[in-house]
Design a protein around this ligand. Sequence first.
Ligand code: ADP
Ligand code: MG
Ligand code: ZN
Length: 485
Amino acid sequence: MSFDSEYQTVIGLEIHAQMRTRSKIFCGCPTTFGSEANTQICPVCSGFPGVLPVMNREAVNMAIKTGLAIEGTINMMSEFSRKNYFYPDLPSGYQITQYDLPIVEHGRVSITVDDQEKTIGVTRIHMEVDAGKNLHEGIVGASWVDLNRTGVPLMEIVSEPDLRSSKEAGEYLKKLRAIVRYLEVCDGNMEEGSFRCDANVSINRKGAKEFGTRCELKNLNSIRNVMRAIDFEVERHIDVIESGGKIIQETRLWDAAKNETRSMRSKEEAHDYRYFPEPDLPRLVLTDERVQALRDVLPELPDAKKARFQSEFGLSPYDAEVLTTSRRLASYYEATNQIVAELGKSDPKITANWVSVELLGLLNKEGHDIADSPVSAKNLGMLVARILDNTISGKIAKKVFGIMFESGDDPDTIIDKQGLKQVTDSSAIEAEVDAVLAAHEGEVAKYKEGKTKLFGFFVGQVMKATRGKANPKVVNTILKDKLNS
Ligand code: ADP
Ligand code: MG
Ligand code: ZN
């Protein structure tokens, strides 16, 4: 698109994160996902008249921890409001949310795009209740409603319009998802809807003082879809403006199958929610001790861990980023490193490669998570140690690793059983080299006439003859010796 360079993209994200409390935000009902419809409800979350909400302390703690993790201001006094609207999945006719006085303001999240670090402002985090779910599938002539989700605590995390591309939006989402997962306040599952995102998108001419009119995109249930929807929307805005039209502020639905957004409702059709302070809940007042106690138990967060992996293990920013996407993966890597070191030599970079390329590659391919990896950190550490102590070559190690992944066996057992131990004994290798040279007199002659490219061919033949077990360094030395004498 030739006009792209004249325009700047402006994006702000609103994320709804379901908090991982055991009970709902204002009643004692469980929050377990996937139970039979309407088995986790009570008069409070079903919106009966005359019932009173009671604040869930753990939900407040989770919001505070998230606020601290993004270096936000924790408001020592915040307030709940009623947002009034009618919809069948909202039995009370209003959503309890925070409006004027949210629990967290002015946070920030740092992201890295194309090796450039950038800080994205977080306007606010507020707490609110989730709504239920309308069910249409497999029901003829009616819709049902499941209220199990009604009253599940949500955090809404609103970003400043600081994002400038779909890539930045994707990185911001990944980073925030990593943060809430590290904190164990949300499971971050976009497909199941426990981490949902709406994207506000506008464009303006580069250098312009004012932002353009924005559209809000909904129905984005993966990071990939968020990025695709933004890219589509930016192109649409450019097309409209270039053809002399005007963008109208509206909410648009992303259709992943058709790869397009379409209008859902315009600003004129927007509700007037008639917000007012929630009369059934007192203002939420925090103490310094409570906030400090939560600060004291914050885990090492993704950015800090990434920086430490770079300095402690000498990893590249990219490798450090990959290995710190989850706490589990990071501790798997650290445990593997530890095992390698205990077995003799240590090499954090090679180990990083085995975890992030070989292991993650197979896990992804087989649809496994690091939590249910068939290869334990102990066994992977042992495998890396066997490469470092020259028991096997890197190439054979890949073969062993494949068997480890399938059988769960430890590498030593596999190396033993399959006779894969590397041959470093030079007299044994010399015999193989002699045999190869004798069998390829023609090539040897050509080599001696100057066709030195054939060297690789001889190495290949020796490796083939030893089924990959010969130590490649020893093979090289002996071959060079023989061919150049
Ligand atoms: P609303 O109350 O309608 O949700 P907000 O002012 O809370 O509106 O903004 C919602 C989101 O829209 C925020 O993430 C904000 O950064 C983003 N936003 C605001 N203006 C723009 C704009 N011109 N372009 C893109 N995003 C914007
Ligand atoms: Mg909004
Ligand atoms: Zn309930």
